[in-house]
Ligand binder design. Structure first.
Ligand SMILES: Cc1ncc(COP(=O)(O)O)c(C=O)c1O
Length: 393
């Protein structure tokens, strides 16, 4: 029996890193006129025709009770068709597709469905921080394998990290935070390794439409490893629907009943109004995202041009996806201090590499998806001026 004393939260939650993004947002809020190169969202909102569904939703009597746990069947069916047409994944929705409140919830559901406390999940560093947090919250251990100097997956090191406790390898392509797109060959090799070692491959494809310079997105779920591949998608970026909270989980059939138990406990169903909007957004299709991509690509080129002109300050490994650059800064200063000084003294915010599990060297994530050309140029110029002043001053 516990002796009475001051109440505390669980050790499990206490052991999880606090997200840095709200801290940076706090510094931004205290710095009028600061520009954020920190925000991981696209600049546009949902398709206008999808928004019009909201009025209809409100006046339809059957809209307000709980909806099916796995999502409304029309939406799941539409997603099944999308997966077949675009991703080469053949996944009948009835027992393979689940609508979640965003890709983050899809990941949490997946981890709870496949891991027991003490199990290990392999992440590639720099990782997407919410993946690491979800693994810790499930009382599991994230085994971090550093990517190579180009932020590509190091296949031998990944293989060597697999232990008897490993349950899954996670890949994110196009990647947050590096923007790197993994090749078909690398993703196929990881998927094969998972099959061989009897573990799952969790493939986060939240940025599938965001590729540049001819880079192509590849879905490992198309390789036919239906019993060990879990694919995750999001409408947050592609359709500018981050606050609506809609994502998808495509899972092996044998996990479906357990996933439903988790879904029913956590959320019952993704918000029904958001599902109605998502269905209409899927009808607009990937062309909606591509229509906006040229503007993001132009901002990307301009930022890259400016960052590449400063090799004494920083290096930016080549990347062709998402809307991030992950810059290595040539300094011994720690990334959090540097970030705070950049905001407070130079009015520009980035996200420090420590957020993504980088413990050696000073790295910064620079996000450009939400910015107009003018703001992006001013932001990156402040960043360069700030780095010059702080590092050389
Ligand atoms: C790789 C990755 N996965 C998932 C998410 C979360 O997406 P959602 O808004 O659908 O939960 C993000 C958001 O930044 C992300 O970068």
């Amino acid at each position: 029996m516990r002796t009475p004393g001051p109440l505390a939260g669980s050790a499990r939650a206490a052991g999880v890193q606090l997200p840095i993004i709200p801290t940076v947002a706090g510094w931004l809020a205290q710095t009028p006129g600061a520009i954020s190169l920190g925000q991981g969202v696209a600049y546009y909102g949902p398709p206008p025709e999808a928004m019009r569904v909201v009025g209809r939703f409100l006046s339809t009597p059957g809209s307000h009770p709980y909806q099916p746990d796995a999502g409304i069947p029309e939406l799941r069916k539409a997603f099944e068709e999308k997966l077949r047409a675009e991703n080469g994944i053949d996944a009948p929705f009835e027992r393979r597709i689940l609508v979640t409140a965003g890709a983050n919830q899809a990941f949490v559901n997946a981890i709870l469905a496949i891991c027991d406390p003490g199990d290990e999940v392999i992440l590639l560093t720099p990782y997407y921080f919410n993946h690491e947090m979800a693994i810790s919250l499930a009382s599991c251990r994230a085994v971090c394998v550093p990517t190579d100097e180009n932020h590509q997956p190091p296949l031998d090191a990944i293989g060597a990290a697999v232990s008897p406790r490993t349950r899954a390898i996670v890949t994110v392509s196009p990647n947050n935070p590096t923007g790197v797109v993994y090749s078909r060959e690398a993703l196929s090799a990881i998927n094969r390794l998972c099959a061989l070692r009897g573990i799952y491959h969790i493939s986060d494809e939240a940025y599938e439409y965001f590729t540049y310079d001819g880079a192509e997105h590849f879905s490992p779920g198309s390789l036919g490893g239906d019993d060990h591949t879990i694919s995750i998608y999001s409408l947050s970026k592609a359709y500018g629907m981050a606050s609506w909270r809609v994502g998808f989980l495509v899972a092996p059939e044998h996990l479906f009943d357990d996933l439903i138990k988790i879904q029913d406990t956590v959320i019952v169903c993704a918000p029904a109004v958001s599902q109605a909007v998502a269905l209409e957004a899927l009808r607009a299709g990937r062309g909606y995202c591509w229509k906006h991509l040229e503007a993001i690509a132009a901002v990307r080129r301009k930022i890259l041009e400016r960052l590449s002109g400063e090799p004494e300050l920083l290096s930016v490994p080549a990347s062709q996806g998402a809307f991030y650059f992950f810059a290595g800064v040539r300094t011994g200063m720690d990334d959090l201090t540097l970030t705070e000084r950049l905001v407070r003294e130079h009015k520009v915010a980035v996200i420090p590499g420590g957020t993504f599990g980088i413990t050696r060297g000073c790295c910064l994530r620079i996000a450009y998806g939400s910015l107009s050309m003018e703001t992006a140029v001013e932001g990156v110029d402040r960043l360069i001026r700030g780095l010059r002043a702080i590092l050389r001053g």
